[in-house]
Design a protein around this ligand. Structure first.
Ligand code: ADP
Ligand SMILES: Cc1cn([C@H]2C[C@H](O)[C@@H](COP(=O)(O)O)O2)c(=O)[nH]c1=O
Length: 226
């Protein structure tokens, strides 16, 4: 039975890597797939991971109709067994509904990958519809960590190194420190994965300090510690 599966987590938890692994494993068993993505950091029509893997992909624009495209391809004689849909949080709610129809009406498996929430801790429209419609939701097992050592659960956006909670929902960027170069006109937009406690307080690594990763020293009296 075909399925709509949503693999989700924070930034930098391995979603794109898993997307390419699933594609590889299905292809290795002779299944035919199509790969889609939207706004990948590597540029249009590419699905890339921080581990260095990259594959060609169809860029999803708001105008793309998944069901229509797949019906066209299948009736033209193409064989398609599954779809890999990366950065699915950027798809419209309607496109996610089309994906559900692709599963139910055309019996293709759809493996979707994306963030759950944006830099304001709000659901992206695509993620919201996937959580509502998916047959299965899988949370990635590799955890990105907050600077304090807790599990990273929320994505923070920084502009010029300072955490912000206002701005456009979609701004392509990376968690790698200082990846893009700032200009005087446009300060660097970056991302950092934080635990809820530090996200809600707006405390990034730059403000909190990475030294806190080591446990607090026990309050031994001076005589005992010698
Ligand atoms: N140099 C490295 N060595 C080992 N693992 C790495 C390295 N760089 C990145 N990774 C792994 O890749 C993950 C990010 O993968 P990626 O598919 O780009 O994530 P996502 O799509 O969720 O943002 C990191 O969580 C880490 O586990
Ligand atoms: C939180 C958040 C992220 N984005 C962008 C930043 C990246 O380009 C992608 C996420 O990619 P990843 O492979 O999961 O690391 O999404 C955004 O536009 N808005 C946000 O709020």
């Amino acid at each position: 039975m075909a399925e709509l599966v949503f693999f989700t987590g924070t930034m930098d938890c391995g979603k794109s890597t898993l997307a390419m692994q699933i594609d590889h494993n299905h292809r290795a068993r002779g299944r035919a797939g199509r790969v889609f993505t939207a706004h990948d950091r590597a540029g249009e029509g590419r699905l890339s991971s921080r581990l260095g893997l990259m594959v060609a992909a169809t860029e999803v624009t708001p105008e793309l109709d998944f069901r229509q495209l797949l019906v066209q391809e299948l009736s033209g004689g193409a064989r398609i067994d599954y779809l890999i849909c990366d950065e699915a949080m950027f798809y419209t709610g309607e496109q996610v509904e089309q994906l559900a129809r692709v599963v139910d009406d055309l019996a293709l498996d759809v493996f979707a990958f994306g963030l759950t929430t944006d830099f304001r801790t709000r659901l992206f429209p695509g993620s919201q519809r996937l959580l509502e419609l998916a047959d299965r939701v899988e949370t990635l097992q590799v955890e990105a960590l907050c600077w304090c050592g807790r599990r990273g659960t929320h994505n923070a956006r920084t502009v010029g190194g300072v955490m912000v909670v206002e701005g456009e929902q979609v701004v392509v960027g990376d968690t790698a420190p200082g990846a893009p170069v700032a200009t005087e006109v446009e300060p660097v937009v970056g991302y950092e994965v934080l635990c809820r406690r530090h996200h809600l307080r707006g405390i990034t690594a730059a403000r909190g300090g990475t030294a806190v990763l080591s446990p607090e020293p026990l309050p031994f009296p001076a005589a005992q510690s010698r």
